[in-house]
Design a protein. Structure first.
Lengths: 75, 180
């Protein structure tokens, strides 16, 4: 999506809101595509951070210690 | 509690995805990590109810999703009590979602109803099938499909509006953008 118009967004003759519905459907589809990409990117950013150490520790603690889940840091 | 080491490893492998799901749902890394921790505790506590050979990942996502739902309900009550203080706090921490470029998407996601947001994330980002998503959300497959569709349409509308505010001062420019 590039901005080819350097008209500063000023209204020009002959370009009224006619055909806007078709445009907005097209625009929506375009945006939906970008949106899906962005959503996946945002998601995969977190996935790529891997497993934080605290969860590795937690799991090995759970494995060993059993159902000792009363360990809350109530600071 | 004795947990099969193989299952333990599989759970560990699912953690990055659980975190991503939690961040996408809550928009807040700290809250997301709390959700993941709670999910792991619960998973271990009721590991006996998991049937080996079935979808472990979907099982874990279900726990996290239910945890988020019940916490969210609790928090909403707190927010009402605290006169919107919680949402102010959220607004002041945009860096917590990672990159600033996602802030627009984040704001739009937050405007979706819970059921639509979770369906969209599970299908659109986590890569679950409609069937798996239906299982996780406890609803019919057709319901998932319509939620995802509504979420996509609504998000596109929201992004079109903010997008127009950002780079297109009026309808004219939007027309030009689409034509090009």
């Amino acid at each position: 999506m590039t901005m080819t118009d350097d008209n500063g967004g000023k209204p020009r003759p002959g370009g009224g809101p006619k055909g806007r519905d078709v445009h907005s459907v097209k625009l929506n589809r375009e945006i939906q595509g970008q949106l899906g990409d962005q959503l996946r990117q945002m998601y995969n950013d977190v996935v790529s951070q891997g497993v934080p150490d605290k969860f590795v520790d937690l799991l090995s603690k759970l494995e060993k210690g059993g159902s000792d889940d009363s360990e809350e840091s109530s600071a | 509690m004795n947990v099969d080491p193989q299952i333990r490893d599989e759970i560990l492998k699912t953690v990055p995805n659980l975190r991503a799901f939690a961040v996408s749902l809550s928009g807040n890394v700290d809250r997301a990590d709390d959700l993941v921790q709670e999910t792991l505790l619960r998973a271990f506590a009721k590991i006996d109810s998991f049937q080996p050979g079935t979808n472990l990942s979907a099982w874990l996502f279900t726990i996290l999703r239910n945890q988020f739902r019940s916490e969210y309900r609790k928090r909403r009550r707190e927010v009402e009590d605290a006169d919107g203080k919680y949402s102010d706090k959220l607004k002041s921490q945009p860096e917590q979602i990672g990159k600033i470029e996602f802030s627009e998407l984040r704001r739009a996601l937050d405007k979706l109803p819970d059921d639509q947001r979770e369906a969209l994330i599970l299908v659109g980002a986590s890569g679950f099938s409609y069937e798996e998503t239906a299982e996780i959300c406890g609803c019919a497959v057709g319901t998932v499909k319509s939620r995802v569709n509504r979420a996509r349409t609504r998000l596109a509308e929201l992004m079109a509006i903010t997008g127009a505010e950002d780079f297109a001062p009026d309808e004219m420019t939007r027309g030009v953008l689409v034509d090009s």
